[in-house]
Design a protein around this ligand. Structure first.
Ligand SMILES: *Cc1c(COP(=O)(O)O)cnc(C)c1O
Length: 407
């Protein structure tokens, strides 16, 4: 693969999204080919020596790295590291799923005897990791709603062995916001690292490394890929030791590697992320304002609404408010009537695709969560979540309007 990368040091985020990590193949192919191979050939023993002594970089085996993965990693690192100034460079490592990345980030920062603190509202499988998997390896954990500064401080004092503070913002499905800069200050003062799941916001709307976080994780399955074709994940950090010897290195040893084809598809999707997020966010504003004003809607949750309890924090921390909305109807029966009345929007879990997806957390993503925990994190029987797509806003609005008329 030709190594002629473009100098993008003076370019804006949208230009980075298109060009970062792209290299033209020696064949002259404009778009990089899919390197569908498990192993790589050395010319001769001198080439092996040159690679072994670190004189030349060479791909050796696809679990360790491959050109499609390297290219996608560079693009994602350029976006999460956009505007980042520090002694070390931001790098990324790709995983076979978002959970592969979340698990590697947490395991890479902890050992037996350590403690982890997390936000209360978490993605379901991340919740399971903290409550059911980590204890089997003698890693304890506790939860602090919204990582409230006073409560977080008290929890860190109570657990001086805390190595990681984990959060999602905005969080699923109630769209609560956590103050990343404040959390990072407090955690660092107590020797803990901060991991932010940036799946809902994406680097286009929020760059946690600049706000002080140590590690960003993604489910690239969602907005990063954007077209619903791949399950994937990523870790991004400017901590070289963590990337080379900690969580980043776990890609090689746990082996949750993404295929060259999946990286290739995700790389194409990521090129249009800034463009898609603009449209996603603009549509979300129209729909959130419509839902908030609708007489059958008891409550609409979107960080861009002034009624959102952390609207001011969202303004400070994010460049726009994202396209995940949740809202509440009277109860389960109203929610089912709404879902069955939709014609254009699809009923499906997952999010961040070009098309609008609607789901009912109580019977879908959070079906296995106990009634008590659902109540604690604000998930009601009448709650619906919308991942707003990039269709024409008026068409989505008409679909929601028709479905609300059935309620
Ligand atoms: C989907 C998701 C995950 C898990 O990602 P997978 O790619 O499904 O493994 C983690 N965090 C958030 C916020 C998600 O939406």
């Amino acid at each position: 693969m030709a190594s002629q990368e473009k100098n993008l040091s003076k370019c804006q985020l949208a230009t980075e999204a298109v060009h970062a990590g792209e290299m033209h193949d020696p064949s002259g192919a404009h778009v990089a080919p899919i390197h569908q191979t498990s192993t790589y050939v050395f010319e001769n023993s001198a080439a092996i020596e040159s690679w072994g002594s670190g004189e030349s970089g060479a791909y050796v085996y696809s679990r360790v790295d491959n050109p499609n993965r390297a290219s996608l990693a560079k693009k994602l690192a350029a976006l999460e590291g956009y505007g980042f100034e520090g002694p070390e460079q931001v790098t990324a490592e790709l995983f076979a799923s978002g959970m592969g990345a979340v698990s590697a980030a947490v395991l890479g920062l902890t050992s037996a005897g350590d403690h982890a603190i997390a936000q209360l509202a978490l993605y379901g499988s991340t919740d399971h990791l903290f409550t059911d998997i980590l204890p089997r390896y003698q890693i304890s954990s506790s939860r602090v709603p919204l990582l409230d500064p006073e409560l977080l401080e008290a929890e860190l004092i109570a657990h001086p062995n805390t190595k990681v503070v984990f959060l999602e913002s905005p969080a699923n499905p109630t769209m609560t916001i956590v103050d990343i800069a404040r959390t990072s200050e407090i955690a660092h003062a107590h020797g803990a690292k901060v991991v932010v799941d940036n799946t809902f916001a994406t680097p286009v709307l929020q760059r946690p490394l600049i706000l002080g976080a140590d590690v960003v994780v993604h489910s690239t399955t969602k907005y990063i890929n954007g077209h619903g074709t791949v399950i994937g994940g990523a870790i991004v950090s400017a901590d070289a030791d963590f990337m080379e010897n900690g969580g980043g290195s776990l890609i090689r040893y746990i082996g949750a590697v993404p295929s060259p084809m999946d990286c290739w598809l995700t790389n194409i999707g990521l090129k249009t992320l800034p463009l898609r997020m603009r449209e996603h966010c603009a549509n979300a504003r129209i729909l959130a304002e419509y839902l908030e004003a609708h007489p059958k809607v008891e409550k609409a949750h979107w960080p861009g609404l002034e009624s959102h309890p952390q609207h001011e924090l969202a303004v400070r921390q994010m460049d726009d408010f994202g396209a995940m909305i949740s809202f509440e109807l009277g109860g389960y029966e109203a929610a089912t009537k709404f879902m069955d009345g939709l014609e254009i929007c699809s009923l499906a879990v997952s999010l961040g695709n070009v098309d609008t997806l609607v789901q009912h957390p109580a019977s879908m993503t959070h079906r296995l969560v106990s009634a008590e925990d659902k109540a604690a994190s604000g998930i009601t029987e009448g709650m619906l979540r919308i991942s707003v797509g990039i269709e024409d806003a008026q068409d989505i609005l008409a679909d929601l309007d028709g479905a609300l008329a059935q309620v």
